[in-house]
Design a protein. Structure first.
Length: 195
């Protein structure tokens, strides 16, 4: 939704693009320079008549200044629409399912066992993992690392990876992935602890 600050920024930007001073726009639109300044700074909202006169002076339709469906400065992803991949002892929840134009995918994984990702099972080069609970052993194509609560690992290439919970009661991690990231559930392998 466009608010008065967005509307004011649009007026200010157009006025500057047309190389008009406040006084010049005031003379063309028959709206006081003081009021135009208040609009540009988000301190006032225009009447329909005022918006029409300013839009005519700036040679834009009044609808240019009104909110549109594409005008989204924030989005909410309801929990009920969350993408979930669950198996016995393994839960992967994507918090940002359905958000448009996002450069990130954010999720949470809880597991008590070992999870393996094959490079053909996912798309996307970059991922970041922060351990929220427990101890985790991560194998990245033969390089083994141990991570504890609070540790963050960034992986910048699509390489085979395996994560294993070292804690009784399992582990939990926050995932931040590049937006083009996709996990193929058929290529995700999970072994529960003790199995």
């Amino acid at each position: 939704m466009t608010d008065k600050f967005d509307l004011g920024r649009k007026i200010h930007r157009l006025r500057k693009e047309k190389l008009l001073t406040l006084k010049q726009l005031s003379e063309i639109s028959n709206v006081t320079a003081t009021h135009i300044s208040e609009l540009e700074r988000g301190l006032a909202s225009p009447t329909i008549n005022t918006l029409y006169r300013i839009s005519q002076a700036l040679r834009k339709p009044a609808s240019y200044f009104l909110p549109t469906d594409e005008d989204k400065s924030f989005q909410i992803a309801p929990e009920k629409k969350r993408q979930v991949i669950s198996r016995n002892g393994y839960d992967l929840h994507f918090f940002s399912t359905g958000m448009n134009d996002s450069k990130l995918v954010v999720g949470n994984v809880k597991f008590d066992g070992e999870v393996s990702f094959h490079p053909l099972g996912y798309v996307g080069d970059e991922k970041m993992i922060t351990i929220l609970k427990g101890k985790v052993e991560v194998d990245l194509n033969g390089n083994t690392l141990q991570l504890e609560k609070g540790d963050t690992l960034q992986i910048t290439q699509g390489i085979p990876s395996r994560a294993r919970s070292l804690s009784k009661g399992g582990a939990e991690a926050l995932l931040v992935l590049s937006a083009d990231f996709y996990i193929d559930p058929k290529r995700l392998k999970f072994k529960a602890n003790g199995k």
